[in-house]
Write a protein that binds this ligand. Structure first.
Ligand code: ADP
Ligand code: GLC
Length: 492
């Protein structure tokens, strides 16, 4: 199959969260399975031009935006960084050569409608200019949602046989970010006003780029089976649950995998020493490296908890903040690597200042250090309010740290609680979103760590030896693609 991945971030080129990990790793597995896969993303300032060599592919690509012509170009990279997969970058200085990816620390860029509209339409024009017609366009989150209505309703595309038969699969990674923009986007982009109905992309009087993807794509997937059910409920639906229920027959939940080469403690160049499930000695050096990096004192027997996370409302770090003093009173240690909302960053800086040597905090985005944290801690805290999939709990398990997770979304699907028996358990579930519930679970974690070392070792082994690869999920996506090709398009 010919498959184009359209994504706003792709590891290792540019990453703010798990979406980049998925958009980087899934194409590699699909390519290994024999598909012709290519990737397209914007070329932001953060993409290292020197490191990833790029060649000009198309000198001029023009999009009409409400009577104004926006011109950009397309660059191409195919090298070891993408596993040899062709990666196209939509280059437009004014739109993408900025400090941030989606906005500044304080707010989203006001012209994100134009930035991502240009990206979507330019990506579609680029296909024709290079005369490569994918059968499947695999879209990810709101930034790429417009591709689906553009293919069906844009005058330059819907009457052009080059685009006939292309099918779209939209993967929902996060329902909280809905790409709300002015309804004027339709007119500016040359879409008929009919897309602005409640059956189309209209949402609360505005337009939602996420809804555009959900409504107009041939098939919709989300990144875990539990999240696929949750998004159809009022509690987790962020107002879109009705839209998702209406598409329930076209909606599939596929649990993400991880890139097992990138995330392998036996060969990870970021670690001070390698180790594996049956040879854990190297983990001691990894632990020492983390303690040093975070300024923590601990004996061999002290449990060290960690957090690696974006710091926003989704991640439930207010619960960690609430229990952290108790945790260190009970002799444990805590390290946090993250960045995001200023009040949360400040709260954790204060915690570190109040508990020197016991709580260590690094407010930064640091991928090599994140690898060392998973390798050096005993347990990872992921108390998310909601979690479409979550990757850090998988990295933790693969690296021998036990995850302590809220029982929601992909966390529930990937972590098996000790209640299921130590032969299969890989971590601990926190049943409710309250500090009390987290603390009750942590008491159990501390107890198992202190008094049941054989159980702990067994759980570590279970997590490290589980298959977290993309093999099964890639085969599931293949089936969704085939179904989209065979069984036709969405009703809208
Ligand atoms: P989300 O996409 O909602 O942020 P995921 O768990 O799916 O959650 O993915 C988060 C990704 O970002 C993981 O690869 C994680 O290791 C990485 N990450 C989060 N915070 C940091 C940080 N401060 N430094 C480095 N990597 C981080
Ligand atoms: C989103 C979700 C996260 C998921 C990631 C990759 O950012 O918040 O749960 O793992 O996408 O699918």
């Amino acid at each position: 199959m010919r498959i184009l991945m359209v994504a706003s971030e792709v590891a290792p080129f540019v990453k703010t969260g798990g979406l980049a990990d998925v958009a980087g790793a899934l194409p590699r597995e699909l390519a290994r399975r024999g598909h012709d896969v290519r990737i397209i993303l914007p070329r932001y300032r953060a993409v290292d031009f020197e490191k990833y060599r790029m060649l000009p592919l198309m000198r001029r690509i023009q999009v009409d935006w409400g009577g104004e012509t926006i011109a950009g170009e397309v660059l191409r990279h195919a090298g070891p960084a993408s596993g040899g997969i062709p990666v196209y970058f939509v280059h437009q200085n004014f739109l993408y050569d900025r400090e941030g990816i989606y906005g500044t620390k304080e707010r989203a860029y006001e012209d994100n409608d134009r930035r991502f509209a240009f990206f979507c339409l330019a990506s579609l024009y680029a296909l024709k200019a290079m005369d490569w017609a994918p059968e499947i366009l695999h879209l990810h989150d709101w930034q790429t949602g417009l591709v689906a209505p553009l293919l069906r309703h844009h005058r330059n595309l819907c009457n052009d046989s080059f685009y006939f038969g292309m099918r779209t699969v939209f993967t929902l990674h996060n329902l909280m970010h809905q790409g709300m923009v002015s309804p004027e986007i339709a007119g500016r982009l040359g879409l008929p006003w009919s897309v602005l109905t409640p059956e189309g992309m209209e949402f609360h009087g505005a337009a939602s780029l996420l809804k555009a993807g959900l409504v107009y794509s041939t098939r919709v997937t989300t990144v875990s089976p539990t999240y696929a059910r949750e998004v159809q409920t009022e509690e987790f639906g962020h107002g879109m649950d009705g839209v998702l229920r209406a598409r329930a027959h076209a909606l599939h939940g596929i649990l993400n995998g991880i890139d097992e080469q990138e995330w392998n403690p036996a060969s990870d160049a970021h670690l001070p020493a390698p180790y594996a499930a049956d040879a854990l000695d190297g983990r001691k050096a990894c632990r020492e490296a983390v303690l040093e990096a975070f300024g923590i004192d601990a004996s061999d027997r002290t449990p060290v908890f960690g957090v690696v996370s974006r710091m926003d409302a989704q991640k439930g770090l207010d619960l960690v903040e609430a229990v952290a003093p108790q945790l260190v009173q009970h002799g444990a240690r805590l390290v946090l690597l993250g960045s995001g909302l200023t009040p949360l960053e400040d709260a954790f800086r204060r915690l570190a200042a109040d508990h020197p040597g016991r709580i260590g905090v690094r407010i930064e985005h640091n991928v090599p250090l994140s690898h060392r944290v998973f390798a050096g801690i005993d347990a990872l805290l992921v108390p998310s309010r909601f979690e479409p999939c979550g990757l850090t709990q998988m990295y933790a398990m693969r690296y021998g740290a036990l995850p302590v997770v809220r029982r929601v979304g992909g966390l529930a699907d990937s972590v098996t609680d000790l209640a299921a028996g130590e032969e299969v358990a890989t971590g601990f579930h926190v049943p409710e979103h309250t500090p009390e519930s987290l603390w009750t679970t942590l008491e159990q974690v501390l107890e198992v760590h202190a008094r049941r070392p054989a159980t702990w070792r067994r759980m570590v082994r279970n997590g490290m030896t589980q298959d977290w690869s993309w093999r099964t999920p890639a085969a599931d996506y293949e089936r969704v693609y085939e179904d989209a090709l065979k069984n036709g398009d969405a009703p809208a």
